[in-house]
Design a protein around this ligand. Sequence first.
Ligand SMILES: [Zn+2]
Length: 159
Amino acid sequence: MEKITSFTIDHIKLVPGIYVSRKDTVGKEVITTFDLRLTNPNEEPVMNTAEIHTIEHLAATFLRNHPDFGAKTIYFGPMGCRTGFYLLLAGDYASEDIVPLVTEMFSFISNFEGDVPGASAKDCGNYLDMNLPMAKYVAKKYLTEVLGQITEQQLIYPE
Ligand SMILES: [Zn+2]
């Protein structure tokens, strides 16, 4: 079988950032898939599933309620390697276009207080597997170490 595009990225050179993973055309609409990379692949510890799960619930809630991007949000979910997330938006975007959105989203997560949306037995398949304090820690780290001072190298995949 052919090696799929996301396995052709050089994960040794890849650093935390926001990248366009791929663009797909469905009908007349372009769908942009973003790679929101939070940890340095194979260089630092990955996120644990509980904080990933909490970020997934909070980010999905944030995105679906967003006045500009709510209707454009196709999907938000974790990478199996636990180093980041995929965000799929309807529209043709560059990674720098969504720096404000991603900053707003991780600010929302880092400041979140109260019950995690959807964290109940009725709404989720593993609702006890949540860690809000670690989700907030991870979100704040991404905000301060990556999003607040993002460089060109962190917006375009390494050659
Ligand atoms: Zn869940």
